[in-house]
Design a protein around this ligand. Structure first.
Ligand code: AKG
Length: 293
């Protein structure tokens, strides 16, 4: 190495008697870089650990009441199954599964059910008739079992639903394939049957898994008007689209629970389908029960 006038620098330094102080300076420099550098690395590591622990705590039921809606859009996580999901809400417990079904699976289900659809019906309570409940549910639909589907698609999806919900396939009803055309909707309702209103039940619907088979240009959202306890204190008009709304996106899945773990109905699971404004909505619904029917 050469100095400004072409003289070797080390020799210059030696001459200036800077050799020892310089060596000490470099030693100290390396020490501090190493010390603080390792602190940064371990801090990062600790933070990573902390984030994961908090997430797991938030996933436990203990914190249900404390979670605000703003925290519902967490980054996707993967369950044990390796299927990505996103917590949408704690009240009701609702989980979103992006790209749960493939485009081919969605199209195959629509193709297989199109010719089998008939006007959707309602389970009637005392005093209700088809006439006085007209307008509540205006879609068409068809129950289709996996054995009615030679493509094997419903079988594959049923298996996948059982994997993510950990509810045995034998506790699932046949798929109900729904089609909503412009203006059609399903006013807010509960999927669980209250024995006080519907009489004693052999088994209860505990959860619902929806697979959106189509996008919808406008409208057709699945809505939860009472999400997080909101709107429960007003005279809610069951036709109104308020609260948490989920825009259908082809292939995505939505799971929500209608009952608490003690079997009582979660009132915040009230839900419905907003009217389709533009386009068409197709959904495959699987109702899951607390025991084999
Ligand atoms: O179509 C939807 O988005 C909701 C369907 C629904 O409410 C049901 O099938 O119980």
């Amino acid at each position: 190495m050469r100095g400004a006038q072409g003289r070797p620098v080390l020799r210059d330094l030696e001459r200036a008697k800077l050799g020892l102080p310089l060596a000490l300076f470099f030693c100290l420099l390396f020490f501090f870089v190493g010390f603080f550098g390792s602190m940064f690395v371990s801090q990062d590591f600790l933070n990573f650990g902390r984030v994961r622990r908090v997430s797991l705590m938030e996933l436990s039921e203990v914190d249900v009441g404390a979670v605000e809606p703003a925290t519902r859009y967490w980054a996707s996580r993967e369950a044990e199954s390796g299927i990505p999901f996103q917590i949408l809400s704690w009240r009701p417990r609702a989980v979103y599964f992006p790209k749960f079904a493939t485009l081919e699976q969605c199209l195959s289900i629509i193709k297989n059910s199109r010719s089998k659809l008939s006007p959707s019906t309602l389970a009637l309570r005392d005093g209700e008739t088809a006439e006085n409940t007209k307008g509540i549910r205006t879609s068409t639909g068809a129950f289709i079992s996996k054995s009615d589907d030679s493509s094997g698609t419903l079988n594959e999806l049923e298996e996948k639903i059982a994997r993510v919900t950990m509810i045995p396939r034998s506790q699932g009803e046949d798929f109900y394939i729904l089609r909503y055309q412009i203006g059609q909707r399903y006013a807010s309702h509960y999927d669980a049957f209250s024995p006080a209103e519907y009489g004693p039940q052999k088994s209860q619907r505990i959860a619902t898994f929806l697979i959106y088979l189509s996008d919808v240009e406008e409208g057709g959202e699945t809505m939860f008007p009472y999400e997080n306890g909101s709107n429960m204190d007003i005279e809610y008009d069951y036709f109104k689209c308020i609260g948490l709304t989920v825009k259908p996106s082809r292939g995505d899945g939505l799971l929500f629970y209608s009952v608490f773990t003690n079997g009582t109905i979660d009132l915040t699971s009230l839900h419905g389908s907003c009217p389709v404004i533009k386009g068409e909505k197709w959904v495959a619904t699987k109702w899951l029960r607390d025991q084999t029917e």
